[in-house]
Design a protein around this ligand. Structure first.
Ligand code: DAH
Length: 339
């Protein structure tokens, strides 16, 4: 009997419930009707009378131990539930963890803010688009190889309904709706049939910009984009424009910013060139203006488009695009301090 009591004492002392259910199961197993402790109390009736005093004392101790164990562990669960600790008042308070904005939202908001300061308004458009708004109105001729620049997802084999490959479709919708002067920035998700890697994804975000008025020139575009680059990447940032091709602009250019990591000296981020490519831009092709009901003899304009992931990667030196989509809190938490 002594041995049974000692074994039970050990069992009770070592018990730690992880859930209130486990605690209740333990109570039934030990002090329930057929519990181990109850059984020992039954055996106690048969103990010789000269041993009754000794065993009685041991049994009482164990009964108290059991009661204490049940009480303290129940209190712990209750305190976790109500959020206040009864068991140990010196424990630190439960700190609600603070969320943070996603780096894509942070970069997008910053881009939009910079342009709204210049008088641009924000416009959005549908993700499921038609051929006209994504290609034809933007001066992509039918079957022209330029359409291959962007591998398109079509909806149900219908060549007319597709997921937009760029936010330039919102330019078209804006011009169709609005008379110049037009100054808009258009954020949104875009879709391209590309293999997922550290540098490419089939879903990503762009911000498109469009400015149309009388006498808008290439110099206006350059100055606007210089302002943007300095607001986004720091006041000493330099830009350079390289000739490029887009069906919807003529002339077209790609803009690089001076690498702020090495200050233009050359590092592995800028591939030792001192420059980082950030956006495409150009003077809106007259065909696009005419297709959207704006008289190209009267108005000119410039447009630009940039990848939000890319800008965010450059700004915060994120090395792998896939991190943006995994939603790993260890990554996201690092943006808590960015407003
Ligand atoms: N739509 C282009 C792309 O997705 C980006 C772009 C380049 C937009 C030049 C423009 C522009 O408006 O003028 O690659």
């Amino acid at each position: 009997m002594r041995e049974k009591i000692e074994q039970l004492r050990k069992k009770i002392e070592e018990f730690r419930a992880e859930t209130p259910q486990q605690l209740e199961e333990f109570r039934v197993r030990i002090s329930g009707k057929k519990g181990e402790l109850t059984e020992i109390f039954e055996d106690f009736k048969n103990v010789a009378s000269e041993q009754k005093k000794e065993f009685g004392k041991l049994l009482n101790e164990i009964k108290n131990l059991m009661q204490e164990t049940l009480k303290s562990q129940k209190e712990l669960f209750d305190s976790l539930e109500t959020g206040k600790s009864i068991a140990d008042k010196t424990l630190p308070a439960f700190a609600g963890s603070l969320g943070s904005r996603h780096p894509i939202s942070l970069a997008k908001n910053e881009i939009l803010e910079i342009f709204t300061r210049l008088g641009f308004t924000v416009a959005e458009g549908p993700e499921i688009e038609d051929d006209w708004h994504v290609f034809s109105a933007l001066n992509f001729p039918p079957n022209h190889p330029a359409r291959d620049m962007q591998d398109t997802f079509f909806i149900e084999q219908n060549p007319d309904i597709l997921l937009r490959t760029h936010t330039s479709s919102i330019q078209v919708r804006t011009m169709e709706r609005q008379k110049p002067p037009i100054r808009v920035v258009c954020p949104g998700r875009v879709f391209r049939n590309e293999a997922i890697s550290a540098r490419a994804h089939c879903i990503f975000h762009q911000v498109e910009g469009l400015y149309i008025d009388k006498n808008v020139s290439f110099a206006d575009m350059k100055q606007t984009l210089l302002y943007f680059a300095r607001e986004m990447f720091g006041e000493n940032t330099e830009i350079r424009l390289r000739p490029s091709f887009f069906p919807f602009t003529e002339p077209s250019a790609e803009m690089d910013v001076s690498c702020k990591i090495c200050g233009g000296k050359g590092c592995n981020i800028c591939k030792y060139t001192g420059w980082l490519e950030v956006l495409g831009c150009g003077i809106v092709d007259p065909n696009v203006l005419d297709a959207c009901g704006i008289d190209s003899r009267e108005y000119t304009g410039f447009a630009f488009g940039m990848g939000v992931e890319r800008l965010s990667m450059l700004k915060w030196q994120v090395k792998d695009l896939r991190l943006y989509f995994e939603n790993d809190v260890r990554f996201l938490e690092q943006f808590q301090s960015v407003i």
